[in-house]
Design a protein around this ligand. Sequence first.
Ligand code: FCB
Length: 483
Amino acid sequence: MNWIAGDGSPSLRRFPAGFLWGASTSSYQVEGAVHEDGRGVSIWDTFTHTPGKVNRGDTGDIACDSYHRLDEDLELLSELGVGAYRFSVAWPRVQPDGAGEINQRGLDYYRSLVAGLRGRGIVPVATVYHWELPQALEDRGGWPNRDTARRFAEYAELLAGALGDEVGMWITINEPLQAAHQGYRTGTHAPGKTDLGLAAAATHHLLLGHGLAVEAIRGALPGRVPVGIAIDVHPVRAASEDAAPAAASMYAEDRIFLEPVLHASYPTAARAELLPDADLIGPDDMACIAAPIDFLGLNYYRPYYVRLGDWDDLRFSEKPVPGHPGVVSYVPPGLSQTPMGWIIEPDGLYDTLQALDREAPRLPIYITENGCAAEDYLTPEGTVNDDDRIAYLEGHLDAAWRAIRDGVNLAGYFHWALMDNFEWARGYQRRFGLYYVEFGTQRRVPKRSAAFYSKVARTNALSAGVDEIHEDALAAATALRAS
Ligand code: FCB
């Protein structure tokens, strides 16, 4: 391999041949068309239409209208020059009630998407579940009900059968930690429940659903298509020795999904109230959950920093860490945050990749999500100068490059997101896209970061900054699309 520089200097850093460059989205965040062609209702439809749940009352009813703008969005991917697109399938679009009846028209949409990608030489990477549980299943208990795991496997089998090996990689579940934690423990995501017991049961059944889905997809497509899961892991850093035990236990809790998938056991250092009761765990469950996967998807955005602190007398940037009395998270001097309040630290990505590679030696890792929100706006000239996103990208791609140089088996990187979209409880106010979306008109405009990322993807290498050639090329392609 032809490594050019190893010290993070702005010289050319090449990625290995065949490294997969992609962009990500998820169905509810971009599709819209929630009442169209027989789509059923998902827990996010219900949640967003419940007053007070989402910033400014935003919903995914229209989102980026990608359901109606398939060709235009496929063109964005071609313009960018990425080799892969990670999208998700809306369960209620293809199986409105989460069981039985298939909705052919919904399935056809994903067939066209996959064919459109293949026709452009782009590998389709499908996430089976990116949080859109059919409401009918939630009404029967949702993820805390073991039956949902079985329904999920049936749905996965159905998709694998219908889309076949045209899909290049299958991801069973996106960030099951957030689905259980925010969905059933803190209630900040759909279905908005706040019950420790429900969250712990959901945890186990999401994992079981993953294991059963791996089996089902492999059954439908024997030995042909790689199957994995996308997990979010965060480094937890202690500011001083006295905070180290708290950091260790927070880190264990962060790994409640990773450990079962890789090692067939729940982390013993996690608080008992976060773990499923023993009577929920069937004799074969852990083996099913830990069935070997073909790759691990990592969603990385930020680390946590913790120290001991007084919850009644919080200092600047401190926040109580729920479940850990006397422990606070904080923003260390010198590190900045994105508008999400997430600390920016590329070394957190480097360290996470190293830790995963040690834990699962040689298992291919894909960064299935990484990116940042920024306060983007259209200038009077019609451009979006998101230099802060370029800096974030440059730092994190450099961390990925260093990890590969140091032996980590990293096989691809997917930027979150292709375009601005519905950012869950934050609504449309948080923009993560490489493309700016003017939501009133649905016009898509490449940001400077799109030119930067396009150059990286096309050259399979990282060099400093954006150059005019790529900015001009992308602007010209967009002008052509609009004419
Ligand atoms: C992740 C989600 C993704 C997106 C990013 C910003 O947790 O998987 O859908 O919202 O955060």
